[in-house]
Design a protein around this ligand. Structure first.
Ligand code: ADP
Ligand code: MG
Length: 382
């Protein structure tokens, strides 16, 4: 059957869902710790149109130049991995409501996929939010966040935490968000970085082990915690483990498990220190925390790669850079850099040349502008 095309498609509803950056707090969300993300101004736009046939939905992704249709009463996993982000949301919605009816959905993206900016969460949250609006499902923002996360667990097989979906839904212009992933309490913090700014460098590498290593790290943290709990039963999650408790258990943990846990314990402390540094306007300290986060991710958590390490190390030779670290799950994607506005252009030029010489790869760069969360941007008859 014919799929909707831009020419024939007059949407009933248009929704924009952002990707996210994360200032600090990597791999802490699924350990019930702290994270400090912000939504960004790169988004996935969804155009929805109701269909007369109640049980069918169609999708078309301009990025993939591909589409598919699905019967809403027979949703199952697809062999095409990108379809599972969308099918997963439909499956999770069907557990919560029977009010989703037939629709067409066209997807257009300015968000690079697989670069650590969480295009996956934008894809899930934009669909969930759009269908909630289109069919008046009455789901809360937290319902949308949780069901989008569950979609990724159950249909994609990525045991992600809650940060990415939280950021895509709750983002606020000009602000970062401190989220306590245990209590789900959160607070907005103005990102006052002037005269510095956040520059993202996309390494354009995406190593295939990212998903399996991610799930392995999660399992290692759980294993480490179970050993720590034999001595300190009060520690329900790694979040409750202090540096002193961890040290007391060092003899019972393998080096790998100790390092994984040590990274998480320190990274949680760094997130709180980063919020404090932001509040004090201490950008030097914020930058130093970026560097130590990267060291932990590289040496203790072992989720970096030579390309990201090169990019972070190289910034230490360039004036005007206060801090740099890999961002996202690891093994590729972007680095996040805190750079003086007047040095930003020279910084990008110099590091692009060096990276090209070292790896034969072309960097792309853009500014990380903290932006608002998923929203309706167009409605028929409105
Ligand atoms: P990230 O979330 O950091 O971008 P992931 O590997 O978690 O990286 O998610 C990227 C995947 O999401 C892509 O490989 C693709 O399957 C899917 N995806 C993202 N954007 C789109 C899009 N516009 N159209 C179709 N699929 C997309
Ligand atoms: Mg993702």
């Amino acid at each position: 059957m014919a799929l909707p095309t831009p020419e024939t498609f007059i949407p009933d509803l248009t929704v924009s869902a952002p990707g996210r950056i994360n200032l600090i707090g990597e791999h802490t969300d699924y350990n019930m710790g702290y994270v400090l993300p912000a939504a960004v101004d790169k988004t996935i736009v969804f155009r929805f149109r109701r269909r007369p046939d109640v049980f069918r939905a169609s999708f078309y992704s301009q990025m993939n130049q591909k589409g598919f249709t699905v019967s809403l009463d027979a949703i199952s996993r697809s062999a095409q991995s990108w379809e599972n982000y969308l099918l997963g949301v439909l499956a999770e919605l069907s557990k919560r409501t029977d009010r989703v009816q037939g629709f067409d959905c066209e997807i257009e993206s300015s968000l690079p996929a697989g670069s650590g900016l969480s295009s996956s969460a934008a894809l899930e949250c934009g669909l969930a939010f759009g269908l909630n609006e289109l069919f008046g499902l009455g789901l809360t923002p937290w319902d949308l966040i949780a069901l989008s996360r569950d979609a990724e667990h159950h249909f994609v097989g990525m045991q992600c935490g809650i940060m990415d979906q939280f950021a895509s839904v709750m983002g606020r212009e000009g602000h970062a968000m401190l989220l306590d992933c245990r209590s789900l309490e959160y607070s907005y913090h103005p990102l006052k970085l002037h005269p510095y700014k956040l520059v993202l460098l996309n390494s354009h590498v995406s190593h295939s082990l990212a998903d399996s290593e991610y799930n392995l790290r999660r399992a290692q943290c759980e294993e480490g915690l179970s050993i720590i709990r034999q001595r300190f039963p009060v520690a329900g999650t790694l979040r409750e483990v202090s540096p002193e408790m961890l040290l007391a258990c060092q003899g019972s943990l393998s080096t790998v498990l100790y390092n994984r846990c040590a990274y998480v314990v320190s990274e949680n402390e760094r997130v709180l220190a980063a919020v404090d540094a932001l509040e004090q306007g201490d950008l030097q300290r914020l930058g130093a925390l970026f560097y130590s986060s990267h060291e932990g991710l590289r040496k203790q958590y072992e989720v970096s790669c030579p390309e990201l390490d090169f990019l972070v190390d190289y910034t230490k030779k360039i004036p005007g850079v206060l801090g740099s670290r890999m961002m996202g799950g690891g093994f590729g994607g972007c680095t996040l850099n805190l750079v003086h506005e007047k040095d930003a252009e020279g910084f990008v030029g110099e590091i692009t040349t060096a990276y090209q010489q070292q790896f034969g790869l072309q960097l792309t760069s853009f500014e990380g502008v903290p932006s608002s969360g998923v929203a309706v941007v167009g409605k028929k008859d409105a």
